[in-house]
Write a protein that binds this ligand. Structure first.
Ligand code: ZN
Length: 512
């Protein structure tokens, strides 16, 4: 009697153990995550504001459920779905993060070309990558953004790493070797980082087919490649198609045929590691995580997501603007800040606005303008960077010429035209010619160009001309030419007490 009971207890115990083991292996992924609560100061599973639920409702209100990682340049595309049940919370410093695994279509695995060459069928279980949607909140500003993160280990790392899955947005294994890529949720590569044994060794940008081709040609001619080179990330996936075939016994049959296929994404890898001079104000990564390579210089090497449009977002806002609008705006600002007067204007505005932003709206059928009462710049969709410069100049005038605002609308616009012409004069020749042709019949531009011959880029008189002569030109030529093309006395009064070069004080401020 007693013996039997013991036997049973053993068998129960055995059964219990087996269940425990099964449960353990099922839960292994999550418990690994939970146990590592304080690695590198990252606190896991305890977000206070951006919980998994909060992230889900934010996502459903703002984004589409299917994610497409694609690049226009190389026609790479990867469709994924979010696996919310496996979402993970983590936080560090002012950032709270929710990471949601992405289920890639066709079970696609991303790998580098070395792994693709080296791996054997028996190592298939070790060939894996991390693909996640990252939703991140800046607790200081309240801003939430999202992007796609792919973490790809090198062949060597994948074969030996015991905790590859622990790598996350906020945490990188101290021995991680491989690459981290950040993509727009429905778009192209934003930026990335290459690691060797836990250290950042290069930054990654979108590559182009032309670039890759140039590299191949250079290599075939025996040139060595310098700071930047191109690499491929490969995507291996199953491509399944229904097939129709003739069965001798049953007639027509339908089956599914799957073939392993590969696609690739070309990226540009540069060893000049990105330094963010302004700290991490425009990036989404804790300061602690910054990896100071070699200790030289005061900038911080990042490991995080760096938005593609930091210049635009530092001074403008508009929740309705598309990704392409932001990119177009950033491109114009990059061009602008490439010139001395444009750079001065941009920096002066950043300083003056001191982290406030103004609304920028793209308009189809009306003129570009700056509206001081609404703090809004309206910009025609076909506007050039010179037009954006002009409206931004008016924005700066609303701070620098506040006291003399009334009754000086034409004085301000004459100055804005001159500043725009100075800006255009500092662009490449092709742009200067384009602008001259475009505006050659417009009397206000003809007169603005002659004004540029009297006043230099610092807002001062050029040699051979005095204040009296300038005043005469303003009165007899400039005002009249502007009146001719619709700057009426009613809408654009001229403030007469402002004489000569004192009309160009904002240009003077920019030259300091
Ligand atoms: Zn204007």
């Amino acid at each position: 009697m007693k013996k039997e009971r013991v036997k049973c207890r053993i068998c129960y115990f055995g059964g219990f153990l087996a269940i425990c083991l099964i449960l353990y292996s099922c839960l292994k992924d999550e418990s690994d995550w939970d146990l590592q609560k304080t690695s590198n100061g990252v606190i896991k599973g305890k977000n206070r504001e951006l919980s998994l639920d909060a992230a889900l409702s934010w996502y459903e209100a703002n984004q589409t459920p299917v994610v497409a990682t694609r690049s226009v340049d190389t026609k790479f595309e990867l469709l994924s779905k979010l696996h919310w049940k496996k979402g993970l919370e983590s936080r560090k410093e002012k950032f709270e993060v929710v990471e949601v695994p992405l289920l890639n279509k066709g079970g696609a695995v991303l790998m580098d070309s070395e792994t693709m060459e080296k791996y054997k069928e028996t190592e298939l279980g070790k060939i894996r990558n991390i693909s996640r949607m990252v939703i991140i909140k800046n607790l200081e500003t309240g801003e939430i953004i999202n992007f796609v993160m792919h973490i790809i280990g090198t062949y060597e790392y994948l074969m030996t790493a015991k905790h590859f899955e622990e790598n996350s947005y906020l945490y990188r294994d101290p021995h991680f070797s491989g690459s981290v890529y950040f993509y727009e949720p429905e778009g192209s590569l934003v930026n990335g980082w290459k690691y060797e044994d836990g250290k950042i060794v290069a930054t990654i940008k979108q590559g182009t087919e032309e670039g890759l081709q140039m590299q191949t040609e250079a290599a075939s001619r025996g040139f060595t490649v310098h700071v930047c080179h191109f690499e491929n990330i490969l995507v291996e996936y199953n491509d399944c198609n229904p097939t129709v075939y003739q069965d001798p016994e049953y007639g027509l049959e339908i089956g599914i045929e799957c073939r392993k296929k590969t696609k690739w994404e070309t990226v540009e890898v540069c060893e000049d590691i990105y330094y963010d001079e302004s700290g991490n104000s425009q990036t989404w990564y804790p300061e602690d995580n910054n990896n100071h390579n070699g200790g030289g210089g005061g900038g911080s090497t990042n490991g995080g997501y760096i938005p593609q449009t930091p210049k635009a977002k530092a001074i403008f806002r508009n929740s309705k603007m598309t990704e392409n609008n932001w990119l177009a705006l950033e491109k114009m600002l990059n061009k602008m800040t490439g010139t001395s007067i444009g750079n001065a204007l941009y920096n002066k505005l950043v300083e003056t606005l001191s982290s406030k932003t103004i609304i920028l709206e793209f308009v189809e059928n009306s003129n570009s303008l700056f509206d001081p009462s609404l703090s809004t710049i309206k910009l025609r969709t076909d506007a050039s960077s010179g037009v954006l410069f002009h409206e931004m100049f008016h924005l700066l005038q609303s701070y620098t010429e506040q006291q003399t605002w009334n009754g000086s609308a034409l004085n301000r616009d004459v100055q804005a035209h001159l500043a725009q012409q100075i800006y255009i004069n500092s662009l490449p020749e092709s742009e200067r010619i384009w602008w001259r042709k475009k505006s050659k019949k417009d009397t206000r531009w003809i007169v603005t160009r002659s004004l540029a011959k009297c006043i230099d880029e610092n807002g001062e008189l050029r040699q051979g001309i005095d204040e009296g002569e300038l005043q005469e030109i303003l009165e007899n030529k400039v005002i009249k030419s502007f009146r001719k093309v619709g700057y009426t006395e009613n809408n654009y009064p001229w403030l007469d007490i402002r004489k000569g070069t004192s009309n160009f004080n904002t240009i003077k401020i920019l030259s300091k």
